[in-house]
Design a protein around this ligand. Structure first.
Ligand SMILES: *Cc1c(COP(=O)(O)O)cnc(C)c1O
Length: 455
């Protein structure tokens, strides 16, 4: 076992291929449906929104997909990212467990999101796309895609959830600094945005609404603009698997193998990227790691949503997929400060949870910030509010080890830093945050609006 605190990989160890879990899924994938007909989509339908290379990745069953050299060149600006042994945290918890974390906040924009933004911009450029549209919540995805579009000379329009646009001006400024345009959604630039504003002039917006606007702009652009999504889809999770592949090598350097791994889940991309290579080792190579997806109690799609076909957006323009969902009309509670606000979940992550290969756990908000404070006062890094959900579950596991005396090896993904989210920490430190459980009646009501898919 290594005495190191940091585990750094040489640039030559940067993965040459992404891992496509479609090759090993224990259950066959459900079809993606056209939102109008509820019949399986054709590549034609999807090609309005995405370049064919990404559509082929979405449905590929090849286990390895080569990472193009121009993408690896840009990855090298921050990859391989470091993995740390959290020795000071272990001491603070007085636990016999060994705790490791992979740090994706080392990227230029401070999160894992450029791992897919860069290849998405690359494949669009290669296909002749001139401009992209996208949505962003807190601005992490918008920043990542703005950086990537800048590298490949693509224009970018970002539809940013209005409440975040107003409350998180620094992320908007980051996006604009990379050269992209940002609009507070709902906007008056789209039919759907105008219809929302007509009904609710003060709408704070939601990810579902912003997705609808970005999709509408691309779909009605006559081919000039394509749409890009930062999570949920198979190809997005696949691009993120560089995280888990590097972590496997770094655990080898540490001379240990994790008994438990944890990542937070919004749409599932940092979780899938970190966990899928470990799921492969469980399914194919006889490993037995407990794999946990951590989500907010205020937005609990995996633990309290229904596993059903649902629309990917509020206006029912995006494809219908089978996933754990709180209903496409979901608007997250304003008191919730921890991100991870999407109504649905990656179909791959949903299928693995449904099949018992992955566990899901919901954490109340005060516990996540409490865990973040314990973490940052030991390890120094201020975590993104999203990442604190993974930390909270890792702490739960480490405290269990203290009770039982077990020396488990726990590894989690620190998906980003929280330097632009200090207002959430401020609210926590001032005692202004409270726990919030999403109400069962709201979930039941939303379930009556699911599309009626036969069979
Ligand atoms: C966007 C984001 C998430 C949530 O998205 P996933 O697709 O579920 O990973 C988590 N952590 C950080 C830092 C993010 O920016």
């Amino acid at each position: 076992m290594s005495d190191n605190t940091k585990f750094l990989l040489d640039e030559s160890k940067l993965p040459k291929a992404w891992y496509n879990i479609n090759a090993d899924m224990p259950v066959p994938p459900e079809p993606v449906l056209n939102p109008q007909t509820l019949e399986p989509v054709t590549p034609d339908f999807l090609s309005v929104l995405f370049p064919m290379s990404l559509i082929m990745q979405e449905i590929s069953t090849e286990a390895q997909i080569e990472i193009p050299e121009p993408v690896r060149e840009i990855y090298k600006l921050w990859r391989p990212t470091p993995m740390f042994r959290a020795r000071r945290l272990e001491k603070a918890l007085d636990t016999p467990a060994h705790i490791y974390y992979k740090y994706e906040g080392a990227s230029p924009v401070g999160s894992h999101k450029p791992n897919t933004a860069v290849p998405q911009a690359f494949y669009n450029k290669e296909a002749g796309t001139k401009a992209l549209t996208t949505e962003t919540g807190a601005g992490q995805w918008g920043s990542a895609l703005a950086m990537a579009c800048n590298y490949f000379g693509l224009d970018l329009e970002v539809y940013m959830v209005k409440v975040s646009y107003n409350q998180k001006p620094y992320r908007r400024m980051v996006i604009e600094s990379y050269g992209a345009e940002v609009y507070a959604s709902p906007t008056d630039r789209t039919n759907y945005g105008r219809s929302v504003l007509a009904e609710h002039p003060d709408s704070p917006g939601s990810l579902g609404i912003a997705i609808s606007e970005a999709v509408e702009v691309a779909a009605t652009s006559g081919g000039a603009k394509k749409y890009s999504l930062g999570s949920v889809l198979n190809h997005v999770l696949m691009h993120q698997t560089v995280i888990g592949e590097e972590t496997l090598l770094q655990m080898e350097m540490a001379g240990e193998y994790p008994d438990v791994i944890v990542a937070c889940t919004g749409g599932g991309s940092n979780f899938g990227g970190f966990a899928f290579p470990f799921v492969r080792e469980n399914l194919r190579n006889g490993k037995n790691t407990t794999i946990i997806a951590a989500e907010p109690a205020a937005s609990p799609s995996l633990t309290r949503g229904t596993y059903a076909f649902d629309y990917g957006d509020t206006a029912k323009m995006a494809p219908v997929v089978k996933m754990h969902t709180l209903g496409h009309s979901f608007v997250p509670p304003a008191i919730h400060a921890g991100g991870l606000r999407y109504h649905g979940m990656s179909p791959q992550v949903s299928a693995l949870v449904n099949n018992g290969d992955v566990q899901a756990r919901a954490v109340p908000q005060l516990e996540t910030f409490e865990a973040a404070i314990t973490f940052l006062r030991s390890e120094g890094i201020i975590p993104a509010p999203e990442s604190t959900h993974a930390i909270a579950v890792a702490l739960q596991e480490a405290r269990k080890c203290k009770e039982t005396g077990e020396k488990k090896v726990i590894a989690f993904n620190l998906s980003g830093h929280g330097h632009f989210d200090m207002a959430a920490y401020d609210a926590y430190l001032k005692g202004q945050l409270e726990d919030y459980e999403y109400p069962a009646e709201a979930i039941a009501e939303a379930m009556t609006q699911l599309p009626q898919v036969g069979g």
